[in-house]
Design a protein around this ligand. Structure first.
Ligand code: SF4
Length: 347
């Protein structure tokens, strides 16, 4: 790959390109305005730019580098899950979540995932590659185009462990929040992690008000070991120590994400232990009843979910339950990509 992504290009890169083309450097700002203000990435559509410059941009950069290969639309709540085919034919997923006037996008950071949580389709076959910052920005632009409006919130909870792709993720965060580019408030961006401690500390060091979400899934290390494989799993105490540092450096309380799996982590005693942990760390709890796929895990009954929620809340912790939205056939993270991989290998 020797072309860069226009979506992640800096003003300095564009100026160098323009100088090479014999064009005035001030056009860099005009190109960035097309991308960031008008949210137009394809040079063909930048109609007030000279035709040779549009052709040269198209030649020098991926613009765009991906296409929507599949769409799963939920008639119930208008949530759209998109499978994006990347320039090298790999895929990631992006979820477009409208809620009234607001739009939230759930973005991926890697092709596949190195963590391989046992309940998650995204980790099947491990990590293929990291996404570049420009590809992450293209996901963002694709989501906005799909919804036909600007985005209010971003959650990095799609495919991948974003904090293991820190350089590209932080560059994307920079582009999204910089006044020169998309000017989003860091407060409107949540970065989720399976508990990758070095990455949490790097996020803390940015000292920006991003919200951290820790996928805890168990209140004790033993139960957690049955859900998250050893290779990148850190002890809970270490994760929460790093998360506390992040909270103190960013001024943002963090969330403990907890996927409820029947018979594994859904007992009342586990709910109480989770509640006490959350209280001790001033963290919020977000419960996610498991979306069944072909894994061995099962979703707890409605009664068990409610009993868990009550027991966790009785400790005084703040507990929410993820509103279940999205096309049922492919609601689980990574499922569209896995289905596409299966289809391809069957051909
Ligand atoms: S839940 Fe997240 S960290 Fe775990 S395998 Fe899936 S994408 Fe990776």
């Amino acid at each position: 790959m020797n072309r860069n992504f226009l979506a992640g290009a800096s003003a300095a890169e564009l100026k160098t390109f323009l100088t090479q083309q014999g064009q005035p450097a001030f056009r860099a700002k005009q190109i960035l305005d097309w991308i960031c203000q008008k949210q137009v990435l394809d040079p063909e559509e930048m109609k007030n730019r000279p035709a040779p410059l549009r052709a040269a941009l198209k030649e020098a950069f991926y613009a765009p580098s991906c296409r929507v290969a599949e769409r799963a639309v939920s008639a119930r709540d208008e949530v759209v899950k998109l499978r994006l085919e990347l320039f090298d034919k790999e895929s990631v997923e992006l979820v477009v979540i409208p809620a009234g006037e607001r739009l939230t996008l759930c973005l991926s950071t890697q092709v596949g995932c190195p963590v391989g949580c046992r309940f998650c389709a995204s980790g099947v076959n491990g990590l293929v590659r990291n996404l570049k910052a420009g590809e992450i920005i293209e996901e963002f632009l694709t989501g906005c185009a799909e919804a036909g409006r600007k985005c209010d919130n971003i959650v990095f909870m799609g495919i991948g462990e974003g904090l293991m792709n820190f350089e590209e993720l932080s560059r994307a965060l920079d582009i999204l929040t910089s006044p020169e580019y998309f000017n989003m408030s860091p407060r409107r961006i949540t970065v989720s992690t399976s508990g990758f401690v070095p990455g949490i500390l790097k996020l803390a060091a940015l000292e920006k008000e991003f919200t951290l979400a820790i996928s805890l899934h168990a209140p004790d290390d033993e139960t957690r070991a049955g859900i998250i494989p050893d290779k990148v799993r850190y002890p809970i105490a270490e994760i929460l120590r790093a998360a506390d540092i992040c909270r103190d450096r960013t001024g943002r309380l963090y969330t403990l994400e907890y996927t409820l799996l029947a018979g594994i982590n859904d007992s009342v005693a586990q709910a109480e232990a989770l509640g006490h942990l959350a209280r001790a760390h001033r963290a919020k709890i977000n419960l996610i009843p498991y979306n069944e796929t072909d894994s061995v895990f099962k979703r707890p009954s409605r009664e068990a979910i409610e009993a868990f929620e009550r027991a966790a809340a009785a400790t005084g912790a703040t507990v929410t339950r993820r509103v279940e939205r999205g096309a049922k056939s492919a609601a689980a993270c990574g499922q569209l990509r896995v289905n596409a991989m299966k289809k391809e290998s069957a051909q």
